[in-house]
Design a protein around this ligand. Sequence first.
Ligand code: SF4
Length: 351
Amino acid sequence: MKETDNVELLKAAVKPLLFWFMDNSRILPWREKPSPYGTWLSEIMLQQTRVEAVIPYYYRFMERFPDIKALAEADEDEVFGLWQGLGYYRRGSLLLQGAKKVVADFGGELPKDYALLLSLPGIGEYTAGAIASIGFGLPYPAVDGNVLRVISRLLGSYENIADEKVKKNIKDLLTVVIPEENPGDFNQSLMELGALICIPNGAPKCKDCPLSHLCRGFCQGIAEELPKKEKKKPRRIEERTVFLLRCGKKVAIRKRSAKGLLANLWEYPNALGKKELAEVETIFSQGQIKNVGDAKHIFTHIEWHMVWYEIILEKEISYEDCLWVPTEELCQYAMASAFKKKLKESSNPRS
Ligand code: SF4
């Protein structure tokens, strides 16, 4: 199919999409009074997280940090505290770094410039496009997985949407057709159609779609086969041994390093590899040691397969750089979710 045909098809889709969005868009807190900061915050929170789960976090965050200056003055522990339960804490950390840079370089207001937005920590092409279009009304597309799926089906294209060249091609097509007068609504209408009608993992609801008369995927009966995606590489398996050190009503936790996976979050001490009981007994010569079971935690590229040992001590010991914390105060520490399953047990010590 010629590029010009694709442009014509997408141009014809603009008006029906915008009309549909006017009547069908969900009422969401970040849409009530759109602002560059609100768009930034919501888009970061929405990465890897469902809309319904994000809403209460968005309200709490906005109440505590109503603007970028207030956020920039926070420390990471407070941001992590408000982020607890949302997961992927690195997003919160980058948001805070971004806020500090906005205050230092742009006087506390996000720059109305796509390239400068892209220069901020944690802001990639999609988020920069969303802030530029929704927050500032600039004609930049915001291409996420929803948009790639909708466009791929609309164009009836079997090209692999995981391929950077294909993504760029879709972004270029949208740059040509995005309406100057309401680019934010256009981007949101594509995202919303992808979330509500042209859904992933199942049959798209073509009968309810405002674009079915134009859609090649629907007209050719191939919509469900699209989009084409490469199979992901299998995740790397990493085995670990976790030590749940208890003394009276306290447990030992430590802060992870400032770089890498789960940076700056708290964890129970642990070591690489799955250790046998005898080996754990050589590490902790005192205390009653018990294997309390296995657990698995899945990250994007890695799986942790963990074996947990509980070590009950008479006296607090100094182990690596651990901190002894009363179990009822554990909730004040931003604990990596890989360790959360045992967090509840730790709050109800037997001794
Ligand atoms: Fe998606 Fe169906 Fe609409 Fe085409 S007609 S865009 S496949 S929901």
